[in-house]
Write a new protein. Structure first.
Length: 95
């Protein structure tokens, strides 16, 4: 969730202070593409995002909150370069 919070923070910065200027939108996108595709620790970010989504879906709780969390996870997913790896990991988690 820290990565999602970081994205929200910088997304709000671009929207509020730079009025969603395309140059800043592009810079944010490129920065997160580098950041999300850089593996840290034992697990890849694709594994971490997959596990996060799986946990949300297993413990739904409030539907609005679940939708919001999944929407944010999809934003991070859009930055992944290896979407096939995410798909394979998530498929294995469902099995």
């Amino acid at each position: 969730e820290a990565l999602l919070d970081l994205h929200d923070k910088f997304r709000a910065l671009v929207v509020d202070n730079f009025f969603s200027h395309t140059l800043f939108e592009k810079a944010l996108k490129e920065a997160f593409e580098v950041f999300v595709n850089h593996d840290v620790g034992k697990m890849t970010n694709a594994e971490l995002i997959s596990t996060y989504c799986d946990r949300i879906l297993q413990n739904p709780g409030n539907e609005n909150e679940m939708d919001e969390k999944l929407s944010k996870a999809v934003q991070l997913f859009s930055y992944l370069s290896d979407k096939d790896l995410f798909s394979e990991i998530y498929r294995n988690q469902l099995a």
